[in-house]
Design a protein around this ligand. Structure first.
Ligand code: FE2
Ligand code: FE2
Length: 311
């Protein structure tokens, strides 16, 4: 059962119990210096690389917005939730720091990420005068996005296949922490709007999700097109390739459609989907990378293989 501070719940809900969810810890991970060795670091594929590079370009300002949206609630949430909010803030601050470093490397390789940065700054400015609840709702919706994309990266490894260990480690680490804290913004929002009529809550979060989805889809697509333009690719060709890669068989966009839609269920909670095994596998893979770097392992992790077999 969800904790009392989350209010009532449907007895048929399968949400992972609060006390069984993974604890949220800042790993304070630092990416290897020189982790980005080339512009197209994902299998030398300009389109796959553009997807990740476009995300990285907006993470620092995007994650800072989410931190600022959660900060006003630290003192307002129940004691039981406060450590999770603090850990969320620490994790996002770490992500922002490491993606600043990655973005600097992309800039050093000749990319101008300023046009992408402008878009995310415009998004943040849009909420400048908004209430704490509005900013929290937007953050809660963005967190759904980041969590389902992160879970997809952990689940289907072909997305990051052929990526060298330093970059794989950065993206797996970020994905693990996004999944780990996927319920925090929702729990804070749940608390913040607990006194609202259920219909208003549902309409409010559904409206924000549709708005955030539209903004995310348009701006991240334009971001990829801009990076590909800098690689010498034409607008329409890039758009076609991005749609094919994203929504063709096995594409990230296609695979996250169902988890995205789950948000619109009336009793939705991020932990309706039990990702604990996925997290354990991600942790095992991070350990394997560390062991491989230290010269102790060159074969796939026994733990990860066992977990995969059990899944
Ligand atoms: Fe993050
Ligand atoms: Fe997050």
């Amino acid at each position: 059962m969800r904790a009392d501070y989350l209010g009532g719940m449907d007895a048929t809900q399968t949400t992972v119990p609060t006390d069984a969810r993974p604890s949220i810890v800042s790993r304070n991970f630092r990416a290897a210096t020189g982790a980005v060795t080339e512009r197209h670091w994902v299998r030398q594929d300009p389109y796959a690389s553009a997807f990740f590079n476009a995300l990285s370009a907006v993470f620092p300002h995007g994650e800072t917005f989410m931190i600022r949206s959660l900060v006003p609630w630290v003192g307002r949430v129940p004691d039981a939730l406060r450590p999770d909010v603090q850990a969320f803030i620490e994790q996002e601050a770490d992500h922002s720091r490491e993606h600043v470093a990655m973005n600097r490397a992309l800039t050093d390789m000749g990319y101008d990420i300023e046009p992408l940065d402008r878009k995310i700054r415009a998004f943040v400015s849009f909420f400048a005068g908004a209430s704490d609840t509005v900013k929290l709702t937007a953050t809660m919706c963005i967190e759904h996005f980041t969590a389902i994309i992160a879970a997809e990266l952990l689940k289907n490894r072909h997305h990051l296949e052929g990526v060298d260990d330093d970059m794989l480690e950065l993206w797996l680490w970020h994905a693990v922490e996004e999944v780990e804290h996927k319920g925090v913004a929702y729990d804070v929002w749940d608390h913040a709007t607990n006194g609202w009529n259920p219909l208003r809550r549902y309409a409010w979060r559904s409206f924000f999700m549709l708005a955030v989805t539209t903004s995310f889809f348009i701006n991240r697509t334009l971001g990829q097109i801009e990076l590909l333009r800098q690689d010498g690719h034409a607008f329409l060709w890039s758009l076609k390739q991005i749609m094919r890669a994203g929504f063709g068989r096995g594409g990230i966009g296609r695979n996250v459609l169902a988890p995205w839609a789950a948000f619109f269920r009336p009793n939705y909670h991020p932990w309706d989907k039990d990702d604990r095994l996925l997290l354990a596998q991600g942790e095992a893979d991070l350990a394997t990378i560390a062991a491989r770097r230290a010269g102790y392992a060159t074969t796939p992790s026994i733990v990860a293989t066992a977990l995969q077999a059990a899944a």
